[in-house]
Design a protein around this ligand. Structure first.
Ligand code: ASP
Length: 330
């Protein structure tokens, strides 16, 4: 889905958003500790109540900034409407559900899972990877690791995700073009374990949209930070596609200067190593608000992007399209 520049919307704090901005921007003071969440760029702002509840769940979780972001992301993973955990996207074959998740803390610890299946809370599996010598587990290895570590062997499927898949498949069959598949014959590259459905043989390109991925950043009273992300990825993709979420420096980043979490067109986020780019601005002295604005401007308007960030002085939310988000402080 390509985005027009005119898609900027006001996210919750109208007094803080400049009307002429090409991006939405909201921000506030970090008075000591704070949790910010997003429901994925493209998620309706009306879902912000869920994101606020998630931020509150994070802010109420006893422990570290990492505990806070994990609690916040689990809250969103457990809701069907978001494309993560329980509500994760169903892929193009109508069966596959593969998820990515990552966590990072301000002491430089990073861990992730990619293309994991049959777990309800991938973010907690990513956290579990922190306790191993590895940084990234993928596919069957990630799934098996989760089950060995006691995560229930359960397919995260719900009616909302199935309905979203049917809608996208119908669009595909109508030949509605868009996204990264504009000039790419997905049928010729079909790599799913099941055969290309006969009904797809005569159709056009895919209309893909990023959206409803979930993320959180937190700053704790001890001056530490953490970020976490979880996604069902994009729906209209080849089998095995992995986005920015579990790639170091791309979907999320944290360090002594703060924490950043992205959402949007994963391939473009990877190309720009977006989370690290925004973080480096904060490390060079930008406030979270300045860094988020700069990140949105660099990314531009062609692809969807949402950012949340927190630093020692402030927190910020930016997006070039509608996006649900939340904020809470203990
Ligand atoms: N960035 C995610 C991905 O590419 C999608 C999203 O944020 O909605 O997998």
């Amino acid at each position: 889905m390509r985005l027009a520049a005119a898609l900027a919307v006001i996210l919750g704090l109208p007094s803080l958003a400049a009307a002429a901005d090409p991006v939405t921007l909201a921000s506030g003071q970090n008075a000591g500790s704070v949790v910010i969440t997003h429901g994925g760029v493209g998620s309706p702002p009306e879902w912000s109540a869920d994101c606020s509840d998630a931020a509150l769940a994070g802010a109420s979780a006893p422990g570290t900034a990492l505990d806070a972001v994990c609690a916040a992301v689990v809250h969103l993973e457990d809701l069907c409407r978001f494309n993560a955990g329980t509500g994760a996207n169903v892929r193009l074959d109508g069966k596959t559900i593969q998820m990515d998740a990552a966590v990072m803390t301000s002491d430089g610890q990073f861990a992730a899972v990619a293309a994991i299946e049959r777990v309800l809370n991938p973010v907690l599996v990513a956290r579990e990877v922190l306790a191993t010598p590895h940084r990234l587990l993928v596919g069957d290895g990630a799934t098996r690791f989760a089950h060995v570590r006691g995560f229930a062997d359960q397919v995260p499927i719900c009616d909302e995700a199935v309905a979203k898949f049917r809608e996208r498949w119908a669009k595909l069959l109508r030949g509605e073009a868009g996204g990264g598949f504009d000039d790419f014959d997905w049928r010729a590259a079909w790599n799913y374990p099941t055969a290309l459905p006969a009904e797809a043989a005569a159709t056009g390109a895919a209309d893909e949209s990023a959206g409803d991925t979930v993320g959180a950043v937190a700053g704790a009273v001890d001056g530490t930070f953490a970020a976490a992300l979880s996604t069902g990825g994009t729906s209209i993709t080849l089998y095995g596609r992995v986005g920015d979420v579990p790639i170091y420096g791309c979907g999320c980043f944290a360090g002594p200067a703060g924490a950043v979490a992205c959402t949007g067109h994963g391939e473009e986020i990877i190309r720009l190593a977006m989370a690290r780019l925004v973080y480096e601005r904060m490390a060079s002295g930008d406030t979270a608000r300045e860094a988020v604005r700069a990140g949105c401007e660099i990314f531009g308007q062609e692809w969807p992007l949402g950012l949340i960030a927190v630093g020692p002085v402030d927190w910020a939310v930016g997006a070039n399209a509608p996006m649900a988000w939340g904020q809470a402080a203990p």
